[in-house]
Design a protein around this ligand. Structure first.
Ligand code: SAM
Length: 290
């Protein structure tokens, strides 16, 4: 049988063979747990029809599983010292392309066009935690055709993506993610499943892209401005949050009218609003501007 890297013994062998030095700045924590790997592949629902984009393959641990399950895989890795290692660990699979680049600089739309005829792709990643948010938001906002994103993130970030109003984790990220996708935490992953062990707990979350957003909003940009303004000043009322925003220029009266017109009290805080209510509020303001 092939030396699957999910087995820690092979991971150690490979690391030693190449005298690999972990780079903290790239958030390198490699998975060494076959159950977690199987769980990720299963929840990503990958089939032989799928083209999968993997972000940050490391030494190729998850890539091996993806290559088995998918039609084709492209894996984007920033660390050039990992490229010869990946060549070695992935030599038994002919459906994997490794791209040595920063994912934030890759034209993923073009990649999806070339590799998947522009049809929705599946993204799977054990992400470097420091760029989780820009990667996810980039995928959603840049009109990349996405079917789903299945990713390992810091546990706390997974919670933030999944919750609704009334919890401390609820914020701009929750609303941004939930506007584009249906989030579902599929596994909690403790530090001992990685080498080296991270300081924080992790979770796998699956984001299933909506074909159409769950709320109708005339001006998305304006809605996200309102959301940012509301959470920038969490402790303030919605009225004050919006009034004090640098990005918005509505006067107090206009703001109060719009809030009341949505059937909300003037004492309400922004953090109490649902996505639906933010959309409604944005639409009120668009009417005023229009
Ligand atoms: N997928 C592997 C695994 O599960 O064992 C490695 C996961 S490790 C948490 C994150 C990987 O992302 C590392 O290999 C790191 O070098 C790579 N990486 C970090 N920043 C990146 C970026 N901007 N673009 C592409 N890859 C990046």
């Amino acid at each position: 049988t092939r030396p699957y890297l999910g087995n820690p013994k092979y991971t150690i062998e490979v690391l030693q063979k190449y005298n690999f030095a972990f780079q903290k700045r790239f958030g390198q924590n490699f998975l060494i747990d076959t159950h977690v790997l199987e769980k990720i592949i299963a929840s990503a629902e990958i089939t032989k029809d799928d083209f999968v984009l993997e972000i940050g393959p490391g030494i190729g641990t998850m890539t091996q599983y993806l290559a088995e399950a998918a039609r084709e895989v492209a894996a984007v890795e920033i660390d050039n010292t990992l490229i010869p290692i990946l060549k070695d660990t992935l030599k038994d699979w002919d459906n994997v392309t490794v791209i040595n680049d920063d994912i934030l600089k890759v034209d993923i739309r073009k990649l999806a066009l070339e590799k998947n005829k522009g049809c929705p792709i599946k993204v799977v990643a054990n992400l470097p935690y420091y760029i989780t948010t820009p990667i996810i938001m980039g995928l959603f906002e840049n009109q990349v055709p996405i079917d789903s994103i299945t990713i390992m993130v810091q546990k706390e970030v997974a919670d933030r993506m999944q919750v609704g109003p009334g919890t401390k984790d609820y914020g701009a990220l929750s609303l941004a993610v939930q506007y584009y996708a249906r989030p579902e935490i599929v596994a909690n992953v403790p530090p001992n499943c990685f080498m080296p062990r991270p300081k924080v707990g992790s979770a796998v979350i699956r984001l299933e892209r909506y074909e159409k957003p769950p709320v109708q909003v005339k001006d998305e940009k304006l809605m996200f401005c309102l959301i940012r303004a509301s959470f920038n000043q969490r402790r303030k009322t919605l009225v004050n949050g919006l009034k004090n925003s640098q990005e918005l220029s509505f006067d107090k009266e206009t703001i109060e009218k719009a809030i009341l017109a949505c059937g909300l009290p003037l004492t309400i805080r922004g953090e109490a609003l649902t996505l639906e209510q933010f959309a409604q509020l944005a639409n009120r303001f668009s009417e005023k501007q229009g």
